[in-house]
Design a protein around this ligand. Structure first.
Ligand SMILES: [Zn+2]
Length: 299
């Protein structure tokens, strides 16, 4: 119950959370799917080792087996300024790390469990202090172009590998859509969805899934109605839930270090808005996960 299609397990552990407890809790409630998301070209091996270590710490064999079964991985490069400028090299590294994993290891080990490319995309959100690593002054025309190229290179790679893409898109709807149109491979998730209904329609029409996270629980009255409309608008067969842990903890845990265990609060909130039970929503999301990650091949 309560799959989570987007979290950063190593960052969760590095924030002081006990990863063994997190995976045990997910295994105890029979989680179907948990997706550990990459953000850097060379981070895959370290992330898999971190998950392996946490699984090794689970003393109950049944739970450990379940954790091994539900954990999956992506590999991709978040569009930070350094990665954008070094994009050719970075994409080469990323490709090498994914193919090395695909060629080595036994079928049932974590090694084979790369199910998507990403997260990758467009982020035009910055603040004057640059505390999240992005300042307006970093973004001249050339960097903007580089960001789009880095994103498109991910989509091309996903097409080649026949994998879905995990798209990060913040304050950059037009650029995101342009890149998707340019490459013409529409298969994957618009993660941590932050736009309105019209933008959702554009992504849905092209075949994308839309994932909602803890941020939907943040809205004050003025915006709440719009968010509820959006949550009702996205069709049941394109709907996903996630945490983006360790970030964006949902209400009532806002401000704490987030973990995939908390995705339950996202399900509760959205189920109430959509007029179903959290269990029904969970089943619907798991079906979408099956379709997206385990059956779909879009040419
Ligand atoms: Zn993320």
């Amino acid at each position: 119950m309560f799959s989570d299609t987007h979290f950063h397990f190593q960052n969760i552990c590095n924030s002081g959370v006990n990863g063994v407890e997190v995976l045990s809790a997910l295994a105890e409630r029979n989680t179907f799917f948990g997706l550990d998301i990459g953000t850097k070209a060379g981070d895959l091996a370290g992330r898999q080792a971190c998950v392996e270590q946490a699984i090794a710490g689970i003393s109950d064999n049944t739970l450990a087996e379940r954790a091994r079964r539900f954990m999956y991985f992506t590999a991709g490069i978040w569009p930070d300024v350094d990665a954008i400028h070094d994009r050719e090299n970075q994409m080469k590294l990323l490709r090498e790390s994914i193919t090395a994993v695909a060629e080595g290891g036994e079928q049932d080990t974590l090694n084979r469990k790369i199910v998507a490319v990403g997260e990758c995309g467009i982020d035009h959100h910055w603040n004057p202090a640059g505390v999240d690593g992005r300042c307006e002054s970093d973004f001249d025309e050339q960097t903007y172009r580089g960001e789009r190229e880095l994103f498109e290179a991910h989509i091309e790679l996903a097409r080649e590998l026949k994998l879905p893409v995990i798209v990060h898109s913040r304050d950059g709807f037009e650029d995101t859509l342009d890149c998707l149109k340019n490459v013409g491979y529409d298969n994957g998730i618009i993660h941590c969805y932050s736009y309105g209904i019209e933008e959702a329609r554009a992504f849905l029409d092209r075949g994308w899934y839309i994932a909602f996270g803890g941020a939907v629980t943040y809205n004050k009255k003025a915006k709440l109605e719009a968010v509820k409309e959006l949550l009702k608008f996205v069709p049941a067969d394109r709907f996903l839930c996630e945490t983006d842990a360790p970030y964006l903890a949902p209400v009532p845990l806002r401000g704490t270090i987030n973990t995939p265990v908390n995705v339950e609060h996202v399900y509760n909130f959205i189920a109430e808005v959509r007029g179903c039970t959290p269990e029904e929503l969970s089943e619907l999301v798991d079906n979408n996960i099956r379709k997206l990650f385990f059956t779909s091949v879009v040419e």
